[in-house]
Design a protein around this ligand. Structure first.
Ligand code: SF4
Length: 246
């Protein structure tokens, strides 16, 4: 999905061409009910592009909805768009995104074979962590996306999606690499690629997590094989493999 010129508007739903019936001011439960009327990801994306439910919309260029295979069994959720994502209108396209691509490739997945999105769809100023109220405002989109996508495996990249989806008090350090069953999904928290750029010594753990993800995906869907993963490894070697040195 490419960021479009009409998303540049900083005004309300009217300015962005969205509904002007007070939809975005509804309380969370009522808003979530209205989102049930979005029968496809495209319809949900259209609603999101007009959204003004929280202050983040006023400080970003546009909504970064998500991309990938809508029928993928594997869905990855990060925190929120950064500067490059905001510019391009695509999730995970900066340095952290490049690292995520390498991690996926080393586990045998192409980026277009999974679905990637974020907890909040608009860039927080200065790439700060989204505030609880912003996460709560955007959470109905996240839940509706998951209802429409129906993935089997949900990977939570970092503390923010862990807090949004599992427990606001949970520690990513404690939960990383621990599978849980939730609402029929296999859920695995792991570190965010942006954190790995700051703490490359943690790559090995994420590499191990993605080996587990590959194994579960193979059990559920029959692919990718270890051979496919090896064939897709980045020339520099598997991201986070012990010999990569960060
Ligand atoms: S971050 Fe989410 S809730 Fe806030 S304005 Fe953007 S789409 Fe709406």
């Amino acid at each position: 999905m490419v960021w479009r010129e009409r998303d540049r508007g900083m005004g309300g739903p009217e300015a962005a061409g969205g509904p002007a019936d007070g939809l975005y001011g509804l309380p969370a439960a009522a808003f979530a009910l209205r989102l049930q009327e979005a029968a496809t990801l495209d319809e949900l994306g259209a609603l999101a592009r007009g959204c003004t439910r929280c202050g983040l919309r006023g400080g970003c260029r546009g909504v970064v909805f998500g991309e990938g295979d809508p029928r993928a069994g594997l869905c990855l959720i990060g925190e929120g768009p950064g500067a490059t994502e905001d510019e391009q209108g695509r999730p995970f396209v900066g340095k952290a995104g490049e690292l995520l691509d390498r991690i996926l490739a080393a586990a045998g997945f192409r980026r277009d074979q999974v679905y990637i999105s974020n907890v909040v769809l608009c860039r927080p100023p200065g790439n700060r962590t989204p505030e609880p109220a912003e996460i709560a405002a955007c959470r109905p989109y996240l839940l509706r996306r998951l209802q429409l996508l129906r993935p089997s495996i949900l990977v939570l990249l970092g503390a923010t999606p862990l807090h949004a989806m599992v427990d606001p008090r949970a520690s990513i350090g404690a939960e990383r690499g621990r599978w849980r069953r939730q609402d029929g999904l296999w859920v695995l928290p792991t570190y965010h690629p942006a954190y790995l750029l700051r703490a490359p010594e943690r790559k090995k753990e994420v590499w191990e997590d993605f080996q587990m993800i590959r194994e579960l995906h193979r059990r559920l869907f029959g692919w990718p094989s270890e051979e496919a993963a090896a064939a897709r490894e980045a020339p520099a070697g598997p991201a986070g493999a012990p010999d990569e040195g960060g």
